[in-house]
Write a protein that binds this ligand. Structure first.
Ligand code: ATR
Length: 285
């Protein structure tokens, strides 16, 4: 119940309508008995700074950041977690006693989900579909996890090449980075991750690439969670491949944010994850 002790949390971005984050976070507050409420705020670029001043003045306890502000938020922070600084993107802000601290829970969330399904990412070879903002964050997380190779396939090949150049400049590990164009390469990678929005409702019959045969042991992962079963994941599942649903990544980054905001325990995280996935599957068949 909302009362005078309720703390405000939220999501800033544009667009934010249709986000499932309020469903997740308000479920966490209710289940864990935390006096919080989570709302979405669709903010125009020219209003960002004023909106954030308002957040400070109102004592907002914590918030998430989505497209297009994951980079722009950094200059509004007092501190940034080193891993988020390396990724160059913040999706979670904690209002701590020492000021606002920015974190990135997208990368660790993705890593945790994939590793739970398929084992450690270190040394693995990954095919990433897409070369936009989401792809950059995901490639950064894969590099942090120590994958041996990332192949980037993009509709516009020159953008994949640019991304490879950019990632090569920042990398501190030994991941082999390459841009690939031939869709025949799909057969060569045992892990495929779609980082584009292709397949999202209402264009539910679209796939990010003409997917032919996959590696016999391929696991396919999609960041799109609306619909739950994207065309890409349906095709992969029908061909007998294990799939990882986008909602799992969204839930994982949200629960990591709740750990930062409210210190929920690993046991609470496990129980919440299972309950949320089950509920989502039921109402999003
Ligand atoms: P985001 O921040 O969500 O990643 P973005 O930076 O605009 O958004 O990147 C969108 C990604 O989706 C790009 O890789 C884009 O491919 P192009 O670089 O060729 O535009 C990809 N994309 C968008 N629409 C697509 C489509 N219909 N088919 C295949 N890829 C598509």
């Amino acid at each position: 119940m909302i009362d005078s002790t309720t703390a405000l949390y939220g999501l800033i971005g544009s667009p934010v309508s249709g986000s499932r984050s309020p469903w997740i976070h308000n479920h966490v507050f209710e289940t864990c008995g935390i006096p919080g409420a989570y709302l979405t705020f669709d903010i125009a670029p020219e209003a960002l700074h004023d909106a954030l001043r308002g957040f400070r003045a109102l004592g907002v306890r914590g918030f998430n950041v989505t497209i297009p502000y994951k980079e722009a938020i950094i200059r509004e922070l007092d501190h940034i977690d080193p891993a988020a600084a390396r990724l160059g993107a913040v999706n979670t802000v904690v209002a701590a006693p020492e000021g606002w601290v920015g974190y990135n829970t997208d990368g660790p969330g993705l890593r945790a989900v994939i590793e739970r399904h398929t084992g450690a990412l270190a040394g693995r070879r990954v095919l990433v579909l897409g070369a936009g903002g989401a792809s950059r964050g995901i490639c950064g997380a894969l590099m942090e996890a120590g994958v041996s190779e990332i192949a980037i396939w993009n509709r516009s090949p020159q953008r994949a090449e640019e991304m490879v150049r950019e990632l090569s400049e920042t990398q501190t590990g030994h991941t082999v980075l390459k841009a690939v164009t031939d869709s025949g390469v799909f057969q060569a990678y045992p892990l495929v991750i779609n980082t584009t929005a292709v397949g999202m409702a209402p264009e539910t019959e679209a796939t990010p690439a003409a997917i032919g045969d996959l590696h016999p042991a391929a696991v396919v992962c999609d960041i799109v969670y609306k619909p739950h079963r994207t065309k890409l994941l349906r095709m992969a599942a029908e061909a007998g491949h294990p799939v990882i649903y986008g909602i799992e990544m969204l839930i994982e980054q949200a629960l990591l944010a709740q750990k930062l905001w409210n210190g929920i325990s690993d046991e609470q995280v496990d129980a919440l994850r299972n309950a949320l996935i089950l509920e989502f599957e039921q109402f999003d068949k």
